[in-house]
Design a protein around this ligand. Structure first.
Ligand code: GRG
Ligand code: ZN
Length: 343
């Protein structure tokens, strides 16, 4: 069903209602993703400026109940630990200003333990490798204030991500894998997050003292082929205004995040048609139950609700809290943590 404005109140009650659906099939079917779901719902509420619509203490206690003794987090109480859930847990605690409730060093050590000799990250002890996990690890360490040795070898992590770059400027899940907007977000986001200290090689040193000092680079976006990639990303917009994730695929609201966040990081968001995309996202709202679906006419879910709202925030839709394209979290949370804006 379509509407030409954002149905904020309906989306707030839709998210509040998710917690009450404990008897439903969707609740149990999605149980292994609960912690991700809490991050999607909570972040939506913060971007909608309805921060107190959920009970913060209840949310914090639930997150802590998903914690393992090694500092890692599972997707639900009693479930196996994974980087995907550990990142969600840390994001939620940061948003609720409750990072002091965990041992940051211990969680950072768990994340670091998943780095492989080639710089990639496994998602858990079963060793699946994917650039999603590189992003989760680097974002998580950055939020924990531990994006440094001995927690991580940033140089190797960057080398692995760079090895996943393709001829079209995009990135895949592993070296040689097809470019996909979701993976591109992970790689470009990670390269935008890394803070890199480098020593100017001896032969390049001058007599100038400043040039001798270790240099701090705020990111490694110099490795991205900006215009080639931004062109590929802008081509994701279809006639109906929606974005797809790769050529020949269907449009989907969540690419309003995966694609737009990269265009924003690369300062090329104006390369897509803003009005048409805003309308596409608004048309995917469920005007009866609230929430946003993957495309108009489909059933809404909390995943597409967050990425629709976050996309609208990047597009400057009125009344929304600004979102940081690197972290998919409110800008003001990152400011509170002292994480610098992207230069
Ligand atoms: C903090 C925002 C945030 C993310 C954490 C897990 C993760 C890091 C990122 C996931 C990136 C990703 C791979 C997104 C794509 C999700 C998606 C819609 C997959 C569908 O893939 P296909 O191949 O769909 O089924 P298409 O659209 O290509 O047909
Ligand atoms: Zn989707």
């Amino acid at each position: 069903m379509s509407d030409n404005r954002l149905l904020t109140d309906l989306h707030v009650s839709y998210i509040q209602g998710l917690d009450k659906k404990k008897e439903s099939f969707e609740y149990w079917a999605g149980e292994h993703l609960r912690l991700n779901g809490v991050y999607w719902g909570l972040t939506s509420l913060h971007l909608l400026k309805h921060e107190s619509a959920l009970d913060s203490n209840e949310v914090i206690e639930y997150v802590l109940a998903c914690r393992h003794s090694n500092g890692a987090f599972g997707g639900h109480t009693g479930h196996d630990a994974h980087l995907l859930y550990t990142l969600s847990a840390v994001q939620i605690l940061c948003t609720l200003d409750a990072l002091d409730r965990i041992d940051r060093d211990q969680t950072a050590k768990y994340v670091a333990s998943l780095q492989q000799p080639d710089g990639s990250f496994a998602g858990d002890e079963y060793s699946e490798i994917d650039t999603r996990f590189s992003y989760c690890a680097l974002s998580c360490l950055s939020l924990l204030g531990k994006l440094q040795a001995p927690f991580v070898d940033i140089s190797k992590a960057v080398t692995f991500i760079h090895s996943c770059k393709n001829f079209d400027g995009g990135y895949g899940s592993v070296p040689g894998a097809e470019s996909h907007s979701g993976q591109i977000f992970c790689c470009v986001g990670a390269l935008a997050i890394v803070v890199f200290i480098f020593i100017v090689p001896k032969h390049e040193k001058t007599t100038n003292d400043t040039a001798r000092a270790p240099q701090l680079s705020q990111n490694r976006l110099d490795l991205v082929e900006t215009d080639r990639l931004a062109w590929w990303l802008a081509e994701r917009q279809l006639k109906n205004g929606g974005l797809n994730g790769r050529p020949e695929k269907l449009e989907d609201v969540c690419y309003s995040w995966w694609v737009l966040s990269c265009l924003s990081i690369l300062d090329r968001i104006h390369w897509i048609n803003r009005e048409k995309l805003v309308q596409f996202i608004l048309n995917a709202q469920d005007t009866d139950t609230g929430g946003i679906a993957d495309r108009p006419g489909d059933v809404s879910d909390v995943f597409h609700t967050l990425f629709g709202i976050a996309g609208l925030s990047l597009l400057g839709y009125p009344g929304l809290e600004p979102v940081d394209p690197r972290y998919c979290m409110p800008v003001k949370v990152l400011q509170r943590l002292g994480i610098p804006d992207q230069p």
